[in-house]
Design a protein around this ligand. Structure first.
Ligand code: ATP
Ligand code: MG
Length: 233
């Protein structure tokens, strides 16, 4: 299964590398959006239009937060995540590590499973480049669906653009409404995430619903935690 996801991702990256402008964006690893005014990438408008057209032609929905680009393929059960290169810290690898720890702690039901797929290698002339890429179970993260699920008319709170307004407390409270009845204590999970994994930042854009309508975190790497390096544990 993951082998097929990996093959699809590699095919997609191969197409990207055939296009010299898209390739350039991956060489600079899709500069991160420092400016939250713009949900996607802080590029010049024409570069952004080029990117959007490319993604549309390839039937891929591309989105991002502050630290990762996320590619959503319509006919795949997993999204592909690529960490931005603006920070030497790999926030996707952190998610893989947290997920592994969550499995061991018995908390994995609350986290969308995440796996490393390997490194994609490419050349620009003689110059070699590579970047890591990851698969995460695809959830429904649309503001509309989540607002409907939460019985909240403020869908914009759950769109990644404005999701910082639905802060961790709101999100955890909503998850507690769901898991509380199930014998779960979501507050224990959140404390564990904070203490053991040095991760917080559970705002409204960082969770989604699986096929059964179960809420799960999709972004559990935290942010600004470059002092934490899972490789050193
Ligand atoms: N597993 C998933 N399934 C569907 N959509 C996803 C998934 N993971 C992430 N997304 C979408 O991509 C967006 C960005 O992903 P993510 O939150 O992991 O990146 P980030 O850069 O760490 O974000 P932040 O700005 O919160 O630090 C999410 O807000 C969500 O809309
Ligand atoms: Mg996020």
């Amino acid at each position: 299964m993951l082998y097929e996801v990996r093959a699809e991702a590699v095919k997609f990256f191969n197409d990207i590398m055939k296009d010299k402008y898209m390739k350039r964006m991956f060489i600079t690893r899709m500069e991160a959006p420092h400016d939250r005014e713009d949900e996607k990438f802080t590029w010049h408008k024409s570069a952004r239009r080029y990117w959007d057209r490319f993604m549309k032609e390839h039937g891929v929905f591309a989105t991002c937060g502050a630290s990762k680009a996320v590619f959503v393929f319509e006919d795949m059960d997993y999204v592909i995540k690529v960490p931005f290169a603006n920070d030497s810290f790999d926030y996707c690898y952190k998610e893989v590590w947290v997920y592994k720890e969550a499995v061991e702690a018995g908390y994995d039901e609350v986290f969308a499973p995440c796996y490393i797929l390997g490194h994609y290698r490419f050349y620009d002339g003689d110059q070699p480049f590579m970047f890591p890429f990851y698969a995460m179970l695809k959830l429904d993260c649309s503001g509309k669906s989540i607002a409907r699920w939460a019985g909240d008319s403020n869908a914009h709170l759950y769109n990644s653009k404005e999701s910082y307004d639905a802060d961790s407390d709101d999100v955890v409270e909503m998850m507690d409404d769901y898991y509380g009845g199930d014998g779960w204590n979501i507050y224990d999970v959140v404390d564990w995430l904070y203490d053991h994994c040095d991760a917080s930042d559970l705002h409204g854009g960082n969770f989604g619903l699986n096929k059964d309508g179960r809420p799960m975190f999709v972004d559990y790497s935290g942010y600004g935690c470059s002092s934490f390096d899972p490789c050193m544990r």
